[in-house]
Design a protein around this ligand. Structure first.
Ligand code: ADP
Length: 482
């Protein structure tokens, strides 16, 4: 199977969010399954600087401008990488979407329409590369026009479109239609039009043979007004073609047995050694080194999506219990100050590190007993998976990927359980779930079962990649029967 994977960011070359991690990991896992996957990415200034050996393999015309395709490989792999080299659109420093003043680049419509038009030429083997994919896999709004433009081509490959973040939609004035060379056939309310504007993401949602998001529960949730960002209607209309595939995690980097950042590595059979990491964490944060007091951690952006306000409201009640808390994150200053306030008031119970610190995040995952993740919405989420891999019990709001990756320790499900969940984003519900965790912690045999259940789960990209292969086959079948 031949797959053209198109994305606007890719770790380690360029990253603003989870999409980059997926683009850096999924093609690799697909290749390990013997798929012929190739990647198309814009040649941003920083990307070109990292790939000085990339050489020109094609010259095209896109939106009336001459552009080039450069060829190299995804770093550290044998995966062919094509860079869309169009200096007037992409030779700019810093963030791929934002100008130095923090606003979107004013020509983002042209920049990513150009990516889509180039993707179309490669997909139809019109770029002179001598390669024709069976499937084009686009990601997020920046690639949304590809399925739309391809839908007008009789000899086209199948298309798959993945939504990593529905909140960003690529909405532009209708006046850009001509400039972007968008065919009239696509311009109607059931097509690219969204409240009289052009919506790139609708191109993917309406026209792709298959659509998916990064967890099955989030795929259902976005069909409702609460999570749908105004697109719930069109997503519901396409629900038969919409599914969810959980992201994987890097199981080599996140492996407690080999993690170089841990004071004491451990595995499922040496969980007593996890205690050494707890002691080190308590010491680092000046918390009393009590092995029997459960240590609860939070790592993440300090924003309302992550339920930080809920944690702040629940803290006073929770601090009446013998618990310790460690927070690592940065974000809204109100939340930062709120957490720092509690750490000053209860320095023996609450510790806070404001900032981004990857090493510390591994040490916290290893040293904590419980991990708090009360996100209001969570397309997939990573930390709850890292936690389970590190024998740390997640306490989660049952939404999106959190609902799909954490098995709640309800009385009838204990043999399979890996964490604790609650249904309503309310202080009382969060407190109740933490209390359940606190009670379980006092039952060592049961606790070990939960830890080992989590550590035994398969969160690998290989598992996700197999599901993507099944999705590609479905898209190819849909295409054939269309
Ligand atoms: P989101 O992409 O919505 O921020 P995820 O849970 O999917 O949330 O992924 C966030 C990633 O960033 C995780 O790997 C998390 O550990 C990491 N992270 C977030 N904040 C910090 C921080 N302050 N220090 C270290 N790592 C962090």
């Amino acid at each position: 199977m031949k797959i053209l994977f198109v994305a606007s960011e890719l770790y380690p070359l360029v990253k603003t969010g989870g999409l980059a991690d997926v683009a850096g990991s999924l093609p690799k896992a697909l290749r390990e399954l013997d798929k012929d996957v190739r990647v198309l990415l814009p040649a941003y200034q920083d990307v070109k600087a990292q790939l000085p050996r990339a050489r020109t393999v094609a010259e095209l015309e896109v939106l009336g401008q001459p552009v080039r395709l450069l060829a190299d490989h995804v770093p550290g792999t044998a995966i062919p990488l094509w860079l869309l080299d169009a200096p007037h659109w992409f030779d700019r420093p810093g963030n791929p979407y934002l100008a130095p003043d923090g606003n979107p680049w004013p020509d983002n419509d042209e920049r990513f329409a150009a990516l889509c038009w180039a993707g179309l030429q490669i997909a139809l083997d019109r770029a002179g590369l001598g390669w024709r994919p069976d499937v084009v896999h686009g990601n997020d709004w920046q690639t949304g026009l590809i399925p739309a433009l391809l839908s007008l081509e009789p000899q086209r490959p199948a298309t798959v479109f993945t939504i990593h973040n529905l909140a960003y939609q690529g909405i532009f004035p209708a006046a850009s239609l001509e400039k972007l060379r968008i065919p009239k056939a696509l311009w109607h309310p059931e097509g690219l039009e969204f409240h009289h504007q052009i919506s790139f993401i609708k191109g993917g949602i309406v026209y792709a043979d298959r659509i998916n998001t990064v967890s099955p529960t989030y795929a259902r949730e976005i069909q409702t007004p609460r999570f749908g960002c105004g697109l719930e209607g069109v997503l519901k209309m396409r629900s038969e073609r919409l599914s969810g595939i959980l992201n994987g995690i890097d199981i080599d980097k996140w492996n407690p047995a080999t993690d170089p950042w841990l004071p004491q590595p451990y595995d499922r059979d040496s969980l007593d050694d996890k205690g050494v990491n707890k002691r080190a964490l308590q010491e680092r944060f000046g918390l009393p080194q009590e092995p029997i007091i459960p240590l609860i951690a939070f790592i993440g952006r300090l924003v309302s999506q992550k339920g930080v306000d809920l944690i702040l409201k629940a803290l006073p009640g929770l601090l009446e219990l013998p618990l310790q808390f460690v927070f690592l994150g940065s974000g809204d200053s109100d939340y930062e100050h709120g957490l720092l306030y509690w750490s000053r008031r209860h320095p023996d119970k609450v510790a806070v590190h404001i900032g981004y610190d990857e090493t510390l995040s591994h040490q916290i995952e290893a040293g904590a007993d419980l991990f708090l993740m009360p996100s209001r919405f969570e397309p997939c989420g990573l930390n709850q998976m890292y936690s389970q891999r590190y024998g740390t019990i997640p306490v989660v709001h049952r939404t999106g990927g959190l609902a799909d990756t954490v098995e709640d320790a309800l009385p009838d499900r204990l043999p399979r359980a890996t964490g604790l969940g609650f249904d309503h984003t309310e202080t009382g519900a969060l407190q109740e779930a933490v209390k359940r965790g606190w009670l379980l912690y006092s039952q060592p045999d049961l606790w070990r079962t939960l830890q080992r259940n989590g550590m035994d789960k398969d969160f690998s990209w290989r598992r996700s990649a197999k599901e993507y292969c099944r999705l590609y086959l479905k898209a190819i079948a849909d295409r054939r029967h269309a």
